[in-house]
Each structure stands twice: as structure tokens, then as C-alpha cells.
Design a protein around this ligand. Structure first.
Ligand SMILES: [Zn+2]
Ligand SMILES: [Zn+2]
Length: 463
């Protein structure tokens, strides 16, 4: 199944010899495996002034993004041996499907029977099968068959067309094709429908940076070392104790075990001799270091989740760049009062001031969690701390690539609810795409993005 495709298309390519960026005409990708889909990273209709940054109206725009991760190869931090079609963030329209896609493919992940030509989709930056152990438990970024877009193994999305392997496990529908939006397409996830009203520059955040920010926030808030403060129960009651031995279940167990004279393990864990936890211990102190696009998304996710958890917090957003500190303050101001918890503190500081602020406000205790988005372990290996240092403070360090496909529903819900900060291009609260340029501007965009002169850039490959 396919609409007619041209012989060649335009793509951004990184050359390994001198790490130069070229925009070239190359053969259009074709279906090579039955599970493949071809996505058209598609047409742009831009309404506004000559200055792209000043306009925040877009229509029918389908885009690919330029991300900090794209710079790893460009800066030579990741060695490449072959020419690479760059880019791992794109949205577009399905224009060709392999033979695996059929209404009868009900023994495969749902998209194999529901994905149609013309559906508008967003892709995670890695492909995933949805059928292996890692996918089934939600760690799609470690799929046994995963490939990274924009790498030597898989051509990227800074192009007019892109081939998506195992697309039935990889893609996420954000709007149905007009012909397939009939009631028969009921198996398309309900949460995708409200997304069809969002701008493409906003939807582009789903490809990487927003799920990655959400993932960082979840890694912190779900951690067993954090749960005591959130739940108001000391360790380990708040973690395993609370899950395996919930209070109501244990009370009934104790009642039914009459005659034994003692309670269950839960009673032992409750330990009536232990002092209670007061309100002074129920304030989470969290620092977010690095306020680039992912750090901004992580901060918004934290504020949103913490407001839902009704937990008091002290959140410190940290960056060396003043413009980024001003930006996060504008983002915070744009959030509704329901998210800005009046019982809590939100501070924005330079690294030195932030250390003093945390020391003073916690009486020297420090942070419960620190989120660090510039990926210190990737940029400056080896990691700048030792096992002994972690041991000495009972620090748990969690790393890892975001399982974007698994986090999509949560991130999509946050994107829909937080359009106050994620909507528009170059709008006041810069949580989203700063500017949109044509694919031919890729060499300049890479150069300026690498020097921090430009923020989040999206390419319109048809401009
Ligand atoms: Zn990215
Ligand atoms: Zn898999």
C-alpha cells in the first residue's frame, strides 16, 4: 500500500570526514521489510510575518526537529564512519505500508491492523517492536530490535521521507487520516484524538524532549528513596512495605490470625516505638540542573505531577545561562495557579547561588533528588563520581535513554493539558520550538544551535 512517491527526496546528511552538514537529493526510502512504513515528513503552510520567530501561527505543518542529541555526531563526540541522514525527531503522514498491515493482523500490536495511509503520526527517536520482553514491560528504548533514527544503522528524519522499521510498534497516531476517521477505526487510542487540534511544532515535542523530561521527573518521583516524603511513611514502609503490606490488607490478616498474639510483618514494620513523621519532613527538595529544552520539560512535568500529588516542595531550577533562567521564570509565570503550589517554593538560580539556597533552606540537608539533563555521563565520561562517594551519601544514580514509545500517553496528556506553555512557536513562554526554518538552512541551523545562538529549531522539509 502506497501513494506514488518520487524517485529522490531532500535530506540533511552528516559527512564523517570533516563533520560537515550537507542538504542533498538522494533516493527516496522504500519499503524493505513487511513491517516497514514510509512517513512523509510533510508540507508546511506558514502564516505570519517574514520573521519566523515572531509568528506563532502554523497550519498543517509537519516537521522534523533539531535536538541537542543531534550535536553528538556533529561535534565528533560520537564517531561515525559513514554518511548519516541526520535527525531523530519528526512528525508526518504515513504514505506507504508494508504487507504486514492488514485488518486481519490482530495477533500483532494494534497498529498493524489499524494504521492507515494518511494517518498523522509522531515517532520516538528509536524504533521498537512492541513484541519483545523489554517492549512488553515498557522499556521500549531497550527493545531487542531497536534502531536509533539519525544513526549509521537507520536514516533519520531531517528529510522529506523516512522509513520507520517495525512501525506497528514504533509510531503513535496523533490524527487519523480523513478516510479512516469513521467509527470503524475504534481501536485507535482515545488519547490520540484530542491531539489532532495541537500545532505541529507542539506535537514535535513528543518525539523526544517532552517524554524525556517526563521520564526524568518519573525516575525521581517514583524512586523508593523519595516515596517516604511523598507518602508520609518512613523507609521502607513507603516502598515495599506499603505495596506488599498495605494497611487495610494487613489489618484483616492480623484479625484473621487471632490467637497468635502478634501482628503480621506490617505491624513489625510500623514499629510503634518509631517517632512519627512531621510536616517538616514532608517537603521534597529537588534541583533541575540544565534548563535547555529537556530541562524545561522536566521542570514542567515535575510541577504538574507534584501539584497532582499535593506534595509540598522546594524546586530549584539551575543554569549558568541567564537567558535560560529568565525563560524558565516566564514558563513558571504562564502556568495556572493550580499548578503553582502556594505552599511550595520555586527558585531559579545560577549553580553557585543554588548550592547556597539549598544549604540554607534545608538546614544543610541538601536535595532529595537532582535531575541533570545535559547527560554528564555521555559528554564527559567517565562519570565524575566514585562508587565510594555514592555509598557515603546513600545516593542512587539512575541513568538511561527514555522509553519514548511507552511514555507517549503520559507525555501526550501533559502536552494537551499544558498548552499554556507548550503551544505556539517562539511564544513568550519558551517551552517549545523557538523557530522553524527550511531544510536548506540546516548547515546554518546546526552551527547556530551548536553555539547556543538558537534554541529549539524545527525544519520544514518542504520549504
Ligand atoms: Zn532529540
Ligand atoms: Zn521490542
Amino acid at each position: 500500500m502506497s501513494v506514488p512517491l518520487p524517485e529522490t527526496h531532500k535530506a540533511v546528511r552528516l559527512y564523517p570526514a570533516d563533520l560537515s552538514i550537507h542538504v542533498e537529493s538522494i533516493p527516496t526510502p522504500k519499503i524493505e521489510h513487511p513491517d516497514d512504513a514510509i512517513v512523509k515528513v510533510k508540507v508546511c503552510v506558514f502564516i505570519g510575518s517574514d520573521s519566523i520567530k515572531d509568528s506563532n501561527i502554523s497550519l498543517g505543518l509537519q516537521l522534523s526537529g533539531l535536538c541537542g542529541s543531534d550535536l553528538h555526531g556533529y561535534r565528533g563526540h560520537e564517531k561515525i564512519n559513514n554518511i548519516v541522514v541526520t535527525g531523530h525527531e519528526f512528525i508526518g503522514e504515513v504514505v506507504a505500508l508494508g504487507s504486514s498491515y492488514s485488518p486481519d493482523a490482530t495477533d500483532r500490536p494494534p497498529l498493524y491492523s489499524t494504521l492507515h495511509i494518511g494517518d498523522k503520526v509522531v515517532s520516538p527517536f528509536t524504533s521498537s517492536c512492541a513484541e519483545c520482553h523489554f517492549c512488553r514491560i515498557g522499556f521500549t528504548s531497550r527493545c531487542a530490535h531497536q534502531l536509533l533514527f539519525g544513526s549509521e544503522e537507520l536514516s533519520g528524519g531531517q528529510a522529506q521521507y523516512v522509513c520507520v522499521p517495525r512501525a506497528g510498534g514504533t509510531l503513535f497516531i496523533v490524527a487519523l487520516a480523513p478516510s479512516s476517521s469513521a467509527p470503524s477505526a475504534t481501536s485507535v487510542p482515545q488519547q490520540s484524538q484530542p491531539l489532532s487540534n495541537l500545532t505541529d511544532s507542539s506535537l514535535l515535542l513528543l518525539a523526544d524532549i517532552l517524554p524525556t523530561g517526563v521520564f526524568a521527573a518519573l525516575q525521581a518521583l517514583q524512586h523508593p528513596n523519595i516515596l517516604p516524603v511523598i507518602r508520609g511513611e518512613r523507609f521502607p514502609l513507603a516502598s515495599v512495605g506499603g505495596l506488599v503490606f498495605p494497611r487495610d490488607k494487613c489489618e484483616s490478616m492480623v484479625e484473621s490470625a487471632s490467637g497468635e498474639g502478634t501482628g503480621g510483618l506490617r505491624d513489625l514494620l510500623l514499629d510503634s516505638l518509631w517517632p512519627g513523621m512531621g510536616s517538616e519532613d514532608r517537603v521534597l527538595t529537588i534541583a533541575v540542573i540544565g534548563l535547555g529544552p529537556v530541562g524545561v520539560c522536566a521542570t514542567i512535568a515535575l510541577l504538574d505531577f507534584l501539584s497532582a500529588l499535593r506534595v509540598r516542595y522546594r524546586l530549584v531550577a539551575i543554569d549558568t545561562v541567564e537567558a535560560r533562567r529568565e525563560n524558565i521564570l516566564a514558563v513558571y509565570d504562564a502556568l495556572p495557579a493550580s499548578v503553582r503550589n502556594r505552599d511550595s517554593e520555586f527558585a531559579v538560580d545560577s549553580p553557585d547561588n543554588a548550592i547556597r539556597f539549598v544549604q540554607d533552606s534545608t538546614d544543610g540537608i541538601g536535595c532529595n533528588a537532582v535531575l541533570e539533563s545535559p547527560l554528564v555521563c555521555i559528554r564527559r565520561p567517565p562519570v565524575p563520581f566514585t562508587g565510594r562517594e555514592l555509598y557515603a551519601k546513600n545516593v542512587a544514580a539512575v541513568f538511561g535513554r527514555c522509553p519514548v514509545r511507552a511514555v507517549f500517553p503520559l507525555a501526550a496528556d501533559l502536552l494537551r493539558r499544558r498548552q499554556d506553555v507548550f503551544g505556539g512557536v517562539g511564544s513568550g513562554a519558551g517551552a517549545g520550538v523557538e523557530r522553524i526554518v527550511g531544510l536548506d538552512n540546516a548547515p546554518e541551523a546546526y552551527a547556530k544551535f551548536a553555539k547556543n545562538e538558537w534554541g529549539k529549531v524545527a525544519f520544514d522539509p518542504w520549504n
